[in-house]
Ligand binder design. Structure first.
Ligand code: HEC
Length: 442
């Protein structure tokens, strides 16, 4: 392992709630007595509401996908036990990067809770869910108008070719739709955003993953273009970096729908801001599928079945982000960099949940810089035992396939290549400012 500087704190830690420090950052392991005395001063209005505003309410409010509202004290109070349970197990908010594994924990749009925030919620629940002083309540959070594009006015809007109708009741539902972009020349994408639409559609769209296909329907520019799950804004590439969208390209919408008690229609969209005609960015953003791992062999009833996939960075690369993709038996994925000098760095692990297709985009100042020849190693584990509550049938052997009842061990990597000189300059700048920088020079 290299001696990377890991002093990067998760963004959430900055919002540490003073009352809960308890002399240690590990509020969760405080003694019962400490917890009781701290709990008595933890209130909804002062301590809990700000956490719900930041990390929960964009889904848990009327008209969004969460099953109940968590806006007011009256909304949240009856759910106190369930809230504590879900946050302690880090199932809510949905964000499944394992904090105890890997070297990089600073991401864009990270809604996850710090240990101190989880301790605050626990103490509030254990201390009798006090309301607190109404004057402490922060101003209500304002939510975006569903029709707003975060990337500015798109030059190109591509919609699903047909409207999908989501019945008032029924099992969750996955579907693919392919739409023409109508582009007649090659262009570069500066920013891209996916969203459900219009109107009430956001209530039923659990995820929307848009992929770029060539005119022949084969994945283009590596595949994944952009993804939507509630709370997502758009992807804006750094100046001088863009993704190629060729003439005649198509967009495939992979949708996950969830019924909510009334019939709702959706015609999801992708909005794209383009660089000017003829402009070729210095860095071309590429999204690739770490190949293979399609030879899955998962015996009936087995847990922790491992598979491996590899992808080589032919030139120096800046890794922008990654997205795990498995199916119902998917349990965990880890991403490692095997450097040319054979040193291995585990970058991240994700405790996978099929309901949430999340792209983890690194904060720009820590995004891994990888020397030419680095091999990205993706390790996947599946759980085909009865203990996996998502498992449709533990009695079956499972292999690779596109049906939801088959499985996958896929992993999308988004990166751009740099020249040797750019790589040296970026790496040197990181070392100077003490941020994560690989020192795995050949
Ligand atoms: C990205 C959207 C999203 C965010 C953010 C989110 N939730 Fe949820 N939550 C859901 C959805 C959808 C469900 C129902 C499906 C499920 O249980 O996973 C749910 C379920 C729950 C449940 C279980 C309800 C039940 O029926 O038992 C609780 C409790 C909960 N969320 C609390 C929270 C809290 C607390 C936060 C913030 C710390 C949060 N959620 C953030 C979408 C979200």
């Amino acid at each position: 392992m290299g001696s990377c500087d890991r002093s990067v704190l998760p963004a959430g830690l900055a919002t540490l709630v003073g009352v809960l420090v308890l002399g240690s950052p590990f509020g969760l392991v405080a003694t019962a007595q400490q917890s009781r005395s701290a709990a008595s001063s933890v209130t909804f209005t002062k301590d809990v509401a700000p956490i719900l505003q930041r990390s929960c309410q964009h889904c848990h409010r009327p008209g969004s996908i969460g099953p109940m509202s968590l806006i007011s004290f009256e909304d949240a109070r009856p759910w106190a036990r369930a809230i504590k349970n879900r946050v302690v197990q880090r199932q809510m908010p949905p964000w499944h990067v394992d904090r105890d594994a890997g070297t990089l924990h600073k991401f864009k749009d990270d809604p996850s809770l710090s240990d101190a925030e989880i301790a605050t919620i626990s103490a509030w629940v254990d201390g009798g869910t006090l309301r607190g002083n109404p004057a402490d309540l922060p101003a209500p959070r304002q939510f975006d108008d569903a029709d707003r594009w975060h990337i500015g006015k798109p030059d190109l809007i591509v919609s699903m070719p047909v409207e999908a109708t989501i019945a008032e009741a029924g099992p969750d539902w996955w579907a693919n739709y392919t739409a023409e972009t109508g582009l007649t020349e090659d262009r570069y994408i500066k920013a891209v955003e996916a969203k459900p639409g219009p109107g009430a559609a956001a209530r039923v769209v659990h995820h929307e993953v848009a992929s770029l296909l060539g005119p022949d329907d084969a994945p283009a520019a590596g595949g994944t273009l952009v993804e939507y799950a509630v709370g997502k804004n758009g992807d804006v590439f750094p100046d001088g970096a863009g993704k190629l969208i060729k003439a005649g390209s198509k967009i495939r919408f992979n949708m996950h729908y969830h019924s909510v008690g009334e019939v709702i229609k959706d015609r999801s969209q992708v909005g794209i801001v383009l660089y000017p005609k003829g402009y070729v960015p210095k860095h071309v953003i590429n999204t690739v599928l770490a190949p293979n791992a399609d030879d899955l062999d998962i015996p009936a009833g087995a847990d922790n079945v491992r598979s491996d996939a590899y992808y080589k960075m032919e030139r120096p690369a800046h890794l922008v982000g990654f997205m795990p993709h498995m199916h119902n038996r998917g349990k965990r994925q880890c991403l490692e960099a095997i450097y040319p000098n054979m040193a291995v760095e585990q970058l991240n692990c994700v405790n996978y949940d099929f309901n949430w297709q999340i792209v983890y985009n690194y904060a720009d100042d820590v995004a891994p810089l990888l020397p030419a020849g680095t091999i990205m190693h993706v390790i996947s584990w599946h759980d085909n035992s009865a203990a996996n509550k998502n498992n449709p049938d533990p009695r079956n052997w499972v292999g690779f396939g596109n049906r939801t009842t088959d499985d996958m061990a896929r992993h999308w990597l988004t990166y751009y290549y740099m020249s040797d000189d750019e790589y040296k300059a970026e790496t040197a700048a990181r070392v100077r400012i003490g941020q994560h920088a690989t020192n795995q020079q050949q």
